[in-house]
Design a protein around this ligand. Structure first.
Ligand SMILES: [Zn+2]
Length: 182
């Protein structure tokens, strides 16, 4: 991993004629032939704000700096890791809920209390699917579908039960393999 740099330092390093101005800076705009500094640089809430008084667009300025727009947002480098953590936590929860489904599938007639727990498991699995980009979606969807069948009082076939177990193993494998978490 490359060392993390402050986005504003990244920008200022690449500009000419940088001068402090109020709460930000001014510099020569790299996107047009600029004699007097017409670019204003400010630290916004989510990232660095660039404004050329001649009217160069943000993408044009970022391009002229040799940067990507994402370089100018705070936490651009930390984000993938946070995402991985979030995915891992959700997948772990999905495994717990899937075990409830497996147990229900094998226990035959369900007492009311187990029925409630299974309904909760199905809801939680469905909720996990709303997380954008979550790996293992197909498997989680499958488990949720089996939970729905069981809730209708339908027993799973041997194949379906195998699929169910396979899906949970796959999710467990995703958790163990950081590279699969995106
Ligand atoms: Zn400009």
């Amino acid at each position: 991993m490359t060392s993390r740099r402050d986005p504003v330092a990244l920008v200022l390093d690449r500009l000419e004629g940088v001068r402090k101005s109020g709460s930000g800076w001014i510099a020569k705009c790299p996107a047009h032939p600029d004699k007097s500094p017409s670019l204003s640089i400010r630290e916004g809430e989510r990232g660095v704000i660039l404004k050329c008084w001649i009217g160069c667009t943000f993408p044009a300025i970022v391009d002229a700096l040799g940067l990507r727009q994402s370089d100018l947002f705070y936490g651009a480098l930390a984000a993938p890791q946070q995402r991985q953590h979030a995915f891992k936590a959700v997948l772990k929860a999905c495994v717990s809920e899937s075990i409830v489904v497996i147990t229900s599938s094998r226990s035959g007639v369900m007492p009311e209390q187990d029925h409630d727990r299974l309904r909760t498991a199905a809801l939680r699995l469905r909720a996990a699917l709303t997380l954008d980009g979550l790996p293992g979606r197909r498997e989680i969807e499958g488990v949720a579908r089996y939970a729905a069948l069981l809730l209708k009082g339908q027993a799973l076939t041997e194949d379906e039960d195998d699929n169910l177990t396979g899906s949970v193993e796959w999710i467990g494998w995703l958790i163990a393999d950081e590279h699969k978490l995106g």
